[in-house]
Design a protein around this ligand. Structure first.
Ligand code: PLP
Length: 394
């Protein structure tokens, strides 16, 4: 007769050890066993810490959320399966039919779509306003306005929102201020310290930094609001994969260094592009010729960002030539990777708009956004010289 140790399908767990791993172990378990119903009660009632079912929380999600909490100066944030999961949980977890929300008119494309197409289907009214002008937000306020959603630096024109004005407005009117801090990161902007009620990240981008995970983060100042967001995310299944959380935690360990290098490369590239024949304009918030230069200087506390946008002369043929000649630079619609990536609004983020509507936003066929990575700065500038020359030759 075989003994129970031989026949049990589920072994008893990790071997005993006086020492602990120095790296967070990957915990892929979907369910967690308690000893008794009383212990389970204690967990559910918050009298003891523990896990039950991975959709409701798991160790790798907790570790990652706590790391981002520390950067944002808050506790109790959660991670979601994507940045859009975080945006959706923040909005749909806090708003109800009959409420109104105002969003920045240059939000990330899918956030814009959520505002324009999806929230109205659930009876939530939405308006868009220019976030560089707090007065435009004030004008859009209605009696039922419950929340405002802004990105500090807009994509891809890199305009800097009037965060102080908008925060003051929200505080005066008792409106929830929701800040998507993906582009700026907690290195350049600390939304909670500046009046935000909810902070969102696409962790997919700079925080994780290696384009190999899709994750989001959302935290609220008020624990009651955080509970609503958490419940909505658990009910709608926004669970973050343990492996993605584990990878993101690893990425986060070098976030400071990566951000430092990426933004110094970005400033150097912006200055370099501005000196090249064939470049019509360069957008980088820390350059004196940027329309929001002054605001960026005060708001971002001397930090910049890793994004540079620029426009070359010529139409689609010039754009094709530029992308082809940018050797070693991925032409891909993402940002915040260790490697530089190049994206083209007319064929990706803003492809649904008519050419005239794009022109009005300053996004011609020659308009590109660069997410600057950690390459050698001089080599990177050389690749862009080559790419701009190829576009100009068309
Ligand atoms: N917020 C911003 C500012 C973004 O740029 C993105 C994606 O690019 C998102 C949210 C959505 O994040 P994810 O792709 O992780 O869903």
């Amino acid at each position: 007769m075989r003994n129970s140790k031989e026949t049990l399908i589920r072994p008893v767990g990790m071997p005993d050890s006086l020492s602990r791993p120095i790296v967070t172990p990957l915990s892929t378990a979907v369910a967690f066993a308690s000893s008794t119903p009383d212990e389970l009660d204690a967990q559910y009632e918050g009298r003891a810490q523990g896990y039950t079912y991975a959709r409701e929380g798991h160790p790798n999600a907790t570790v990652l959320a706590q790391r981002i909490d520390a950067l944002e100066g808050i506790t109790g944030g959660i991670v979601t399966g994507s940045g859009m999961g975080a945006v959706t949980a923040a909005l749909m977890g806090t708003l109800s039919a009959g409420d109104h929300i105002i969003g920045g008119d240059q939000l990330y494309g899918r956030s814009l779509r959520l505002m324009k197409e999806d929230l109205p289907r659930f009876g939530i009214e939405t308006s868009l306003a220019d976030p560089t002008d707090a007065a435009a937000f004030e004008k859009a306020i209605k009696a039922n306005t419950k929340a405002v959603l802004v990105e500090v630096v807009s994509n891809p024109t890199l305009r800097v929102a009037d965060m102080d004005g908008i925060a003051r407005l929200c505080a005066d009117r008792g409106i929830l201020l929701i800040v998507d801090n993906t582009f700026t990161t907690p290195r350049a902007y600390k939304p909670f310290a500046q009046g935000a009620d909810i902070v969102i990240h696409s962790v997919t981008k700079l925080l994780a930094g290696h384009s190999d995970v899709t994750l989001g983060y959302v935290a609220a100042k008020d624990p009651a609001v955080q509970k609503k967001i958490y419940d909505f995310s658990v009910t709608t299944g926004m669970t973050a994969s343990p492996f993605d959380c584990w990878l993101a935690e690893r990425g986060l360990a070098t976030f400071d260094l990566r951000f430092e290098r990426a933004q110094s490369n970005a400033l150097a590239l912006a200055d370099h592009l501005a000196g090249l024949d064939g470049v019509k304009r360069v957008l980088y918030p820390n350059r004196a010729d940027h329309p929001d230069h002054q605001r960026a200087a005060t708001l971002l506390g001397g930090q910049g960002c890793n994004m540079v946008s620029f426009e070359v002369e010529g139409g689609r043929a010039a754009a094709n030539a530029l992308a082809r000649a940018a050797e070693g630079i991925a032409f891909a619609p993402t940002l915040g990777d260790v490697g530089t990536t190049l994206s083209h609004a007319a064929s990706s983020s803003h492809r649904a708009l008519t050419p005239d509507a794009r022109e009005a936003l300053g996004m011609s066929e020659g308009f590109f956004r660069v997410s600057v990575g950690l390459e050698d700065s001089a080599a990177l500038n050389q690749v862009f010289t080559q790419a701009v020359q190829a576009a100009t030759a068309v």
